[in-house]
Write a protein that binds this ligand. Structure first.
Ligand code: NAD
Ligand code: UD1
Length: 337
């Protein structure tokens, strides 16, 4: 029996594949390589000494997915594939709805056709919108403030309806907080195309000299030092959350949203100062106005993940930033040589 990992050559997917290979799982990755590279496959092999089956396929293509399910004995799917840049989603919303929503529906149709009804879906804390007060828990109302967030919310709602319509489905909707860090080998990590939108890849690229200085989006929030507070989680802890979710899928009835965060908040300036200490590099920054759509403080109540999945994040901020820096300094151009 195999696991199908859509988006498995991406940032979170590749780290999850490494953890699954350690457990001797048989893995098939389906990815269209729109935001990743096959070099990742060599790196996964180097870390684990194990190989995966890679199929270049688009989740929007029913026939390609159908062929994968025809030719393999797939027991469950972890669905990472998707576009994830919030700013870009405002500029080309139709691409986001097509790729993230229509693509996911196509995947679920193929799964249903082949009677594969176990799924772990990559959702996001973005579904909590801007009106809830942290710690955020799964019972709070959801909303979206940009097309990217809409796509996550729409897919979650599709999955709730699907699970209601057919009790054989077991679905874990993992709501990630802010994944950062990299594998401690320094062989895989995050390398966004173009100028990064998210804080950590931006800071890392300033430290390594690719970018001149960080812009800190606002220092007048009601937080410890006025800058935004987020729940950063090590990508390996997040990967292990997927392993636990897969193992517990049989105990999950219907579609279960689950926060994957540490429960701790860290400010932008705390990140900058820790990064400076660990890397020994200067991180010049200027304070600029707040970014539209940002809120002051976001962190998780992670008790559902603790209780239901028997999962807890164990890697602290020092480890997250040490691993980010190792990856960035060893691979200043990401997976390009
Ligand atoms: P990523 O871009 O590194 O990985 C996504 C992978 O999906 C890439 O390899 C890309 O090539 C592939 N892909 C995209 N569209 C595809 C399609 N139509 N068919 C096949 N493959 C396709 O992103 P990531 O950070 O690893 O994120 C994985 C998932 O987690 C995404 O769904 C993302 O929205 C979600 N998520 C990410 C974050 C984050 O901060 N990184 C936070 C919350 C949720
Ligand atoms: C952003 C997205 C969110 C998405 C998440 C993970 C927005 C409004 N929100 O969330 O929908 O789910 O990424 O992909 O884009 N910061 C700076 N300077 C920078 C970059 C960020 O000061 O150059 C600050 C932000 O204001 C924030 C913190 O750093 O306070 C973290 O930002 P980021 O990494 O973009 O994550 P989120 O804001 O949580």
């Amino acid at each position: 029996m195999s696991l199908l990992i859509t988006g498995g050559t991406g940032y979170i997917g590749s780290h999850t594949v490494v953890e699954l290979l350690k457990l001797d799982q048989d893995i098939i990755i389906a990815d269209n390589l729109s935001n990743s590279s096959t070099v990742v496959l060599d790196r996964i092999k180097e870390i684990t000494d194990k190989s995966v089956t890679f199929i270049k396929a688009d989740i929007c293509d029913f026939a390609s997915l159908d062929a994968i399910f025809e030719q393999n004995d797939i027991e469950a799917v972890i669905h990472f594939a998707g576009l994830k840049a919030v700013g870009e989603s405002n500029q080309i919303p139709l691409n986001y709805y097509q790729n993230n929503v229509a693509g996911s529906v196509t995947l679920f149709q193929v799964m249903a056709k082949h009677n594969v009804k176990k799924l772990v879906f990559s959702s996001s804390a973005t579904v909590y919108g801007e009106n809830n007060v942290s710690p955020l828990d799964e019972s709070m109302p959801t909303s979206a403030i940009n097309p990217y967030g809409q796509t996550k919310l729409m897919v979650e709602n599709i999955l709730f309806d699907l699970a209601k319509s057919d009790s054989e489905w077991s679905i874990a909707c993992l709501r990630y907080f802010n994944p950062i860090g990299a594998h401690d080998s320094g062989l895989i990590g995050e390398h966004p195309n173009g100028i990064p939108n998210n804080l950590l890849p931006y800071v890392a690229q300033v430290a390594v000299g690719r970018l001149a200085q960080l812009q800190v989006f606002g220092d007048d929030y009601d937080t410890v030092d006025g800058t935004g507070v987020r729940d950063y989680i090590h990508v390996v802890d997040l990967a292990l959350g997927h392993v636990k979710a897969l193992q517990k899928l049989d105990d999950i009835e219907g579609c279960q949203p689950i926060n994957i965060g540490t429960g701790n908040g860290t400010s932008v300036l705390e990140i900058v100062n820790t990064f400076k200490d660990i890397s020994g590099k200067d991180i010049p920054y200027t304070i600029v106005p707040r970014r539209a759509g940002d809120i002051a403080t976001v962190y998780a109540d992670a008790s559902v993940a603790n209780n239901l999945l028997d999962w807890k994040a164990t890697r602290d901020l020092t480890e997250m930033i040490t691993d980010t820096w190792r990856w960035q300094s060893k691979n200043p151009n990401g997976f390009e040589s």
